[in-house]
Design a protein around this ligand. Structure first.
Ligand code: MRU
Length: 321
């Protein structure tokens, strides 16, 4: 099997015009395209998780706005639709702001290329965090599907694997929609990295048994002080990692850093439909949680490895982006 090209994950076709997405809801069983012919349909694809993962959501929204421009749609209305699709991943709002100045297919494609390039650079930086023989644990999906190509946390795992530093990866299945079991495991299989899916609740006991050397995840929004929102369950992992003296790392592009949000307390947390958890009983379904900066041993961006306190170096990398 070979890895997915960025254009296979999401692209804009000017013939049509249309945005074509690899429907992540159907993976790993089927590789099926979802075709969107309006910005409203792209927003719906984001809302319903046909495309998911912070950078990929931003890229899809950029293509959605370019699609609206090609079709002569009202751009302010298209932007409102896209911006209302999901609240937590800041890349969505970042990408729409970038596109406002130049809502063309070329700009959207450049934004896509730049995100993938950031992933490759941050992954190369992240390898210094891996010792020889590392057994890693990851949560959710932060691979190429979630970033438009290559991956953030999974990119770091790939770079460490290629350098012979990584031995194996424990993959949290990741409640509620099992992105870890469905998407991360599939991506690791594709690039040939040994892995095992575990129930999220097994992480603590495997740490206690000495089977985890580090934890690495992506991020959906990093506040100015380094507090980080990521898929629900990430905070519990960080607490467990601290208890077992295991380093907990975040790998994410500078487009995920939100200097306008001072701390994690201000990050909007999406509450999804309880039916994703239980159709029989009342259910709560917060989709993200916030890991306080003090539990994060390093944040890796395309600018390098940031160590606490994070405020200054995150501000610097954001200014350079
Ligand atoms: O709700 P999702 O599936 O869009 O969640 C995003 C994620 O997969 C993660 O939280 C991820 O670790 C950060 S995005 C690379």
């Amino acid at each position: 099997m070979s890895e997915l090209e960025p254009e296979r994950i999401v692209r804009l076709e000017e013939e049509g015009p249309r945005v074509v997405l690899l429907d992540q809801r159907r993976l790993p069983d089927e590789e099926v395209d979802l075709v969107c012919t309006t910005a409203v349909e792209v927003a719906e694809a984001i809302r319903t998780l046909a495309v998911r993962g912070a950078p990929a959501i931003g890229i899809a929204a950029a293509y959605g706005l370019a699609l609206a421009a090609l079709r002569g749609e009202d751009l302010a209305e298209a932007e409102r639709e896209l911006a209302s699709s999901r609240p937590t991943a800041v890349n969505l709002f970042w990408a729409l702001a970038q596109m406002r100045v130049d809502p063309t297919p070329d700009r959207a494609r450049a934004l896509h290329r730049e995100e993938v390039d950031r992933c490759r650079r941050m992954s190369a930086h992240a390898v210094v965090l891996f010792g020889s023989g590392t057994r890693a644990l990851t949560h959710c999906n932060a691979g190429g599907l979630a970033t438009g190509g290559y991956g953030s946390a999974v990119g770091a795992l790939r770079a460490a694997w290629e350098r012979g530093l990584l031995v194996s990866v424990l993959v949290d299945e990741t409640r509620p929609l099992l992105q870890g079991a469905r998407l991360t495991a599939w991506e690791l299989e594709t690039v040939g990295i040994p892995h095992a899916v575990i129930a999220d609740s097994a992480a603590g006991s495997l740490m206690a048994r000495g089977e985890v050397d580090l934890v690495v995840t992506g991020a959906d929004r990093i506040a100015a002080n380094g507090d980080t929102a990521n898929k629900i369950g990430t905070y519990s992992l960080a607490v467990l990692a601290a208890h077992h003296d295991i380093p907990f790392y975040i790998v994410a592009p500078s487009s995920t850093v939100d200097l306008a949000t001072a701390t994690g307390a201000e990050i909007p947390i999406e509450e999804r439909d309880g039916a994703e958890i239980s159709t029989r009983f009342a259910a709560r379904n917060p989709a993200f949680d916030v890991t306080p900066a003090e539990l994060i041993a390093a944040i890796v961006t395309e600018g390098g490895v940031h160590r606490p306190p994070y405020a200054e170096s995150l501000a610097r990398v954001r200014a350079r982006a």
